[in-house]
Unconditional design. Structure first.
Length: 393
């Protein structure tokens, strides 16, 4: 069986022999085999033709007048356009040293005269197939290299963008921090003067004016809360501190102390299970519990709130839960509520800035944990988050 070259490609073979009869025999069989033939009758002529026509294969006689086949092959190997064309030598000599020289000068094969047509065709076809495969490999290699280059370029662009994004994020955070920090001072001034107005002129102005002042005071207070929340949020980015063993029980009692008034006014009952010591940032964890407990109080009916704080072993981490018996949350909002400024109710119904849970998420992220909510409308909510165990990062 021949190893047939790709039939969709028309291969060109250059036959070089000084004997016209030999060329005729070869040409007949090669043409019958679907190959295109060009011929040359001496070495120099064959080089010229090869450089011009760039055949896929050269059948090259060794003994020729002028430069012999070996020299012809050597020269063919010096030109860029003919260097890779496979050369099969043909000779009547059965001399072993000829075969060795044939390979030394760059030949790929060797056939002896008189020709056995079957053998010639088999060898020609085998080398043409090889040649085709080599070319395919070269093309594929080039494509791969192009793809690789494109991928590297894309990766570089991505790395640049990521860096830019991180920088612009940091700048934005800094801006938010500076803006909210600097807004505090004029706001404090507005609030104090409004309060002064209220105290001094309360009895001298009419009810409408009193009401207007009250609205303005309320607005200023809300703005103060917003600024405080924004500051707390942007401080998180600029002050990444190392995590240390921190007692959740201590943290929760601090948070409850800060929330004293709200707890008292609402009549909420807070029950605490056994809480572990975790790897954490004390200030941030206090903010985390404070926000979740404040929400549990706020989004429940006054007087009937029962809030449970528990922790369970979750393998690599502790899973802490803050459970309330409040209004609950519909599943479609489970993700959204953790996004900055996302609130599900009007300010008139439940006051707030929509920053609290975004802050909680950021804190838990800093602790390499996860935060989520489990809830049903009217059935209360459980906010759960994981915190690293002592000894872990
Ligand atoms: N315990 C809870 N029960 C019901 N809804 C809640 C609870 N906690 C948060 N939510 C919902 O998620 C929203 C976002 O919460 P948060 O970021 O703390 O903002 P804020 O408390 O300022 O409204 C709240 O406005 C509320 O709609
Ligand atoms: Mg809140």
């Amino acid at each position: 069986m021949y190893c047939l070259p790709d039939p969709s490609i028309r291969h060109v073979v250059l036959v070089v022999d000084d004997t016209a009869a030999n060329i005729a025999v070869l040409a007949e069989h090669l043409c019958a085999n679907g190959l295109e033939i060009i011929v040359a009758q001496n070495g120099e002529e064959s080089i010229e033709r090869a450089r011009f026509a760039k055949p896929d294969l050269i059948l090259l006689d060794i003994m020729m007048p002028g430069i012999d086949g070996f020299e012809t092959c050597r020269r063919l190997k010096t030109f860029q356009e003919t260097r890779d064309i496979p050369v099969i030598f043909m000779t009547a000599l059965a001399d072993i040293s000829d075969k060795v020289t044939a390979y030394e000068v760059g030949g790929v094969d060797y056939i002896t005269k008189p020709f056995h047509v079957e053998e010639v065709l088999a060898r020609v076809n085998a080398h043409l197939s090889l040649q085709t495969m080599q070319r395919m490999m070269v093309t594929q290699n080039r494509l791969l290299q192009q793809e690789n280059a494109a991928r590297s370029a894309a990766e570089e662009v991505l790395a640049c963008r990521t860096e830019e994004l991180a920088r612009s994020n940091a700048e934005l955070e800094q801006l938010a921090y500076v803006a909210s920090h600097d807004l505090q001072e004029p706001l404090r001034m507005i609030t104090s003067y409004l309060q002064l107005l209220e105290q001094r002129y309360k009895d001298r102005i009419d009810a409408d004016a009193n009401e207007f002042i009250a609205f303005a005071v309320d607005g200023a207070k809300r703005m103060q809360t917003l600024i405080d929340d924004l500051l707390a949020y942007s401080r998180l980015g600029s002050r990444a501190r190392a995590l240390q063993p921190t007692s959740c029980a201590d943290i929760v009692s601090d948070a409850l102390r800060y929330l004293g008034t709200a707890i008292e006014e609402s009549g909420a009952k807070v029950v605490c299970g056994n809480l572990p010591t975790v790897m954490g940032d004390e200030t941030q964890l206090t903010q985390l519990f404070q926000n979740l407990i404040a929400n549990a109080i706020k989004f429940s009916e006054d007087g009937s709130q029962v809030i449970r704080i528990d922790a369970e072993d979750a393998g690599n981490a502790w899973c802490v839960s803050v459970r309330d018996n409040g209004i609950g949350i519909a599943p479609e909002y489970f993700e959204r509520i953790f996004v900055m400024f996302q609130r599900l109710h009007s300010r008139a119904k439940y006051p707030g800035t929509g920053i609290g849970l975004a802050l909680c998420k950021r804190i838990v992220d800093h602790h390499h944990g996860r935060i989520w909510v489990e809830s049903e409308i009217g059935q209360g909510s459980v906010f759960k988050f994981t915190l690293p165990k002592v000894g872990r990062r």
